[in-house]
Design a protein around this ligand. Structure first.
Ligand SMILES: Nc1ncnc2c1ncn2[C@@H]1O[C@H](COP(=O)(O)OP(=O)(O)OP(=O)(O)O)[C@@H](O)[C@H]1O
Ligand SMILES: [Mg+2]
Length: 235
């Protein structure tokens, strides 16, 4: 197990600009964790710090698993804007399997495409797929590695409702298979459907951590209350 993940007074800044102010928390297996906050609140930066793509400028990110290679191998991330290699959908999956030192056979990659309903486009250029298909391919690449922790940065941003539901069904399946989900989203319905707890960020600060229903019905901070009102245009 690489979990739990501990952030010990983690901060991140660029030059004089603080982007994440010192923040400590522990994330354990099981509960799905949703990151919420306005544009620019620091959600993507925080996930990159957790995933190890950025190094904190202060504090430490500590996984239960001490070995760096296993830490990397057991976590995957799907980015806000998926980057597709200029190759077929199948080769995109084989590439990540190879890079992780896993069996990169066609049959294993096809199985990953199958799980996200993309077997029929296996030989098509990944960059020619629709936005929703590219997001599902990004999920297939992450899922092919059967990670213990899956970071998802707004995986259904700019997708239509049916493509969004497809992504949500996949995330639910990964969760049911025992993968810890850590996801940023602006879709509050999605946060309620998929999340168990919310981490709410405001201007680089972790303002609130709460079970998902408590967060939406009884936000403890004025910042969270204003955010919920602002994101629900009919209120
Ligand atoms: N390398 C960088 N240099 C300077 N500023 C940066 C850098 N990376 C991020 N930032 C700033 O840090 C802040 C947080 O960015 P981040 O991408 O984490 O926001 P976010 O919560 O993911 O927003 P969104 O909802 O729009 O995706 C932003 O103001 C951004 O401009
Ligand atoms: Mg972001």
């Amino acid at each position: 197990m690489i979990l739990p993940l501990s952030l010990e007074a983690v901060a991140y800044g660029v030059g004089q600009k603080p982007i994440i102010t010192p923040l400590s928390l522990e994330l354990s297996a099981g509960a799905s964790t949703i990151l919420l906050g306005a544009n620019g609140a620091g959600k993507s930066v925080l996930m990159r710090l957790m995933h190890g793509l950025l190094s904190p400028t202060a504090g430490r990110v500590v996984w239960h698993e001490p070995e760096a290679a296993r830490q990397r191998r057991l976590q995957a991330m799907v980015f806000q804007r998926p980057v597709m290699l200029r190759r077929s959908a199948l080769e995109n999956v084989r590439y990540v399997l190879r890079a992780a030192g896993e069996d990169a056979s066609d049959s294993r990659a096809l199985q990953a495409l199958d799980e996200v309903g993309l077997r029929h486009v296996a030989s098509q250029p990944a960059r020619a797929l629709s936005g929703g298909e590219q997001q599902r391919l990004a999920l297939a690449r992450a899922w092919a590695l059967h990670p213990e922790v899956l970071f998802l940065d707004e995986p259904s941003a700019s997708l239509d409702p049916s493509a969004t539901r497809e992504i949500e069904a996949l995330v639910q399946a990964f969760d049911a298979a025992g993968t810890k989900i850590i996801m940023a989203t602006h879709n509050l319905g999605q946060a309620r459907r998929l999340g168990d707890e919310v981490l709410f960020l405001h201007q680089g600060r972790l303002v609130e951590r709460a079970p998902v229903e408590a967060f939406f019905t009884r936000p403890a901070s004025p910042e969270a209350a204003a955010f919920i009102r602002g994101e629900l245009p009919w209120v």
